[in-house]
Design a protein around this ligand. Structure first.
Ligand SMILES: [Zn+2]
Length: 57
């Protein structure tokens, strides 16, 4: 998946166990280019981007 902030493709998945994962919430990802940390939540039939940490740039 591309970064929703900069479109970079170097995103890596981060394993965060502080919040329970469910089928509706994808693993947390961090962009290797801008530092954005996000995940995608599926709500109903659409997906929402959930920004956990803003980009550094
Ligand atoms: Zn990025």
């Amino acid at each position: 998946m591309k970064c929703p902030n900069c479109g970079g493709r170097k995103a890596v998945e981060i394993d965060i166990h502080s919040e329970g994962f469910s089928a509706e919430v994808s693993p947390v990802k961090e962009c290797g280019e801008c530092g954005l940390v996000w995940r995608v939540k599926v709500v109903g039939d659409k997906s929402e981007i959930d920004i956990i940490k803003p980009a550094k740039k």
